[in-house]
Ligand binder design. Structure first.
Ligand code: SF4
Length: 248
């Protein structure tokens, strides 16, 4: 009985047709998401809402993905090179992904959507380090992130660094998990959280910031906890699916 399954009552077309229909639906949905995301990124790049920022926005491009990486804010190099994590922190981040997930920098950039707490370089403070974005700037830019979450409906978000983690791990957003606030990195790195934001629920697996400025991820207990987090990311179904070259 080729092409049909005997149920005892009625011949039912086998999964071949259903698979074709599902594939067609997925293609239409992905095209629609791509159109929305293209428009979103075009508008984001024109944003000039924060007058104290020292660069125009940096975007990783309109990569439709079930996984989002959230950085903190670009440094001085990223606006010039026009991509996030373009300098030393990026080197470490992409080495982590290559070592634990088997994805090199090109694969990560082409399969994962990059966002950030703020998309513009905040400038330097009086001590010569990068200025931490102000609350009003974070609020302004969170509208872009909320829109990205609504468009992509990600299954996994990976916030990188304390400022990015704080946007997701707080009492209001974590679903069914006990975290003390304010938290220490030791309490959140190496764990997976279920988080609600923008009317959507997703997993969050935080990473420490990979910049050379903090040795936290290189010394105990940060080193082991960072490895545990990267193993959680590698095993997450959304990442496994990405490695196979498809969405959900
Ligand atoms: S930080 Fe965000 S909200 Fe502010 S100007 Fe840049 S893109 Fe716009």
């Amino acid at each position: 009985m080729s092409g049909a399954v005997a149920t005892g009552l009625w011949p039912v077309q086998s999964c071949g047709l259903h698979n074709d229909v599902r594939t067609a639906h997925r293609a239409v949905a992905t095209t629609s998401i791509q159109i929305q995301l293209d428009k979103h990124v075009t508008q984001l790049l024109r944003c000039r809402r924060c007058p104290r920022m020292k660069s125009t926005p940096v975007s990783g491009g309109a990569t439709v993905s079930d996984v989002m990486i959230i950085g903190q804010a670009p440094g001085p190099r990223e606006p010039v090179l026009q991509r996030p994590f373009a300098h030393t922190a990026g080197k470490t981040l992409f080495r982590w992904f290559e070592g634990f997930c088997g994805m090199n920098e090109a694969a990560v950039r082409s399969k994962i959507y990059f966002a950030a707490v703020c998309r513009c370089f905040p400038g330097k403070n009086s001590s010569g380090t990068d200025r931490v974005p102000a609350p009003d700037e974070i609020r302004n830019c969170s509208l872009w992130m909320d829109n990205e979450i609504q468009i992509l409906q990600p299954r996994l978000i990976i916030p990188v660094g304390r400022l990015a983690i704080m946007q997701f791990i707080d009492c209001a957003r974590v679903v069914g998990e006990a975290v003390s606030f304010p938290y220490r990195l030791e309490e959140v790195i190496g764990r997976k959280f279920r988080v609600a934001r923008g009317g959507h629920r997703f997993d969050v697996i935080p990473l420490p910031h990979p910049s050379g400025a903090s040795p936290w991820h290189k010394i105990p207990p940060g080193r082991a906890l960072t490895e545990r987090a990267l193993k959680l990311i590698a095993r997450h179904p959304a990442v496994a699916t990405l490695c196979q070259g498809r969405r959900r």
